[in-house]
Design a protein around this ligand. Structure first.
Ligand SMILES: [Mg+2]
Length: 258
């Protein structure tokens, strides 16, 4: 039987990957480190404590691709050789995930499509009587997209209890605060027949206990997170949605990550 990753190990992985992401973002000159750091703990919990062989994971907020690559690499799903190409010409590892990379289930370059893809997989599994849950990680900004709301209604109508949507609620979208408050999003999902709950997005114990729960209805978790979590200079600062750390900032930021 495979050994479970302990809470202490999860925290150590969080620290290690935060440091790694600061370096990788700087080297590759890629944006969206703030977004990576806001949803990293959710993905670590999923990959190291929750996902089983019959489960699926879709990163709808494709701009957090580097965090997904880092987690998949730590799990041994993305090889050292592939991970080493990040930021280089010809690499498969772009700023948004694409098909053809081991462990990536959906290309999510245009935002707002992950929940539709996840709902389709969940319905197919339900019709087939297949085991497993489909997890979709969305940004809070994506909850305003019409395609997300169509998938919400579809999943509610078909009572897709094997579908779990997690919103990385870092309270920013692109160049400003989110336009529609989470409370409104939660109301809309409630009305569409989903089970909804607000949870802390950086607490491994809370994340695991909630994400493991099953329900007869599709489930929405609004996870309260912080943009740039773990790097004090970046936390809740809009500029880290689009900036990458300079060479000079890397050492300073890495030193501060606990
Ligand atoms: Mg956001």
């Amino acid at each position: 039987m495979m050994k479970m990753t302990s809470l202490q190990e999860l925290k150590a992985i969080g620290t290690e990957l935060r440091k790694e992401l600061v370096v990788k973002h700087s080297e590759a000159k890629m944006a969206h480190i703030g977004s990576d750091l806001s949803c990293l703990d959710i993905m670590i919990t999923l990959y190291f404590r929750v996902l089983g062989k019959d489960d699926h994971f879709i990163l709808s907020k494709g701009h957090a691709a580097l965090a997904l690559y880092a987690v998949l690499h730590k799990k041994g799903i993305i090889t050292d050789q592939v991970y080493g190409t990040l930021g280089k010409n010809g690499s498969m590892l772009g700023e948004h995930p694409i098909y053809g990379i081991k462990g990536i289930e959906a290309a999510t370059g245009s935002l707002g499509h992950g929940l539709s893809i996840g709902a389709g997989i969940a319905l197919a599994k339900k019709l087939d009587g297949s085991k497993g849950t489909v997890y979709v990680l969305l940004s809070d900004g994506e909850c305003q997209e019409g395609s997300t709301l169509e998938a919400m209604n579809f999943a509610g109508l078909h009572k897709l209890g094997n579908l779990v949507a997690i919103v990385d609620s870092n309270k920013f979208q692109a160049y400003d605060r989110t336009l529609i408050p989470d409370s409104q999003v939660q109301k809309e999902f409630d009305t569409a027949g989903w089970t909804t709950k607000r949870i802390p997005g950086h607490d491994f114990i809370e994340l695991e206990s909630n994400l493991r729960k099953t329900s007869a209805a599709p489930t929405l978790y609004i996870a309260d997170t912080v943009l740039g979590k773990g790097v004090s200079d970046m936390e809740d600062k809009l500029e880290w949605h689009y900036k990458s750390p300079t060479k000079e900032q890397v050492d300073e930021f890495v030193k501060k990550i606990k």
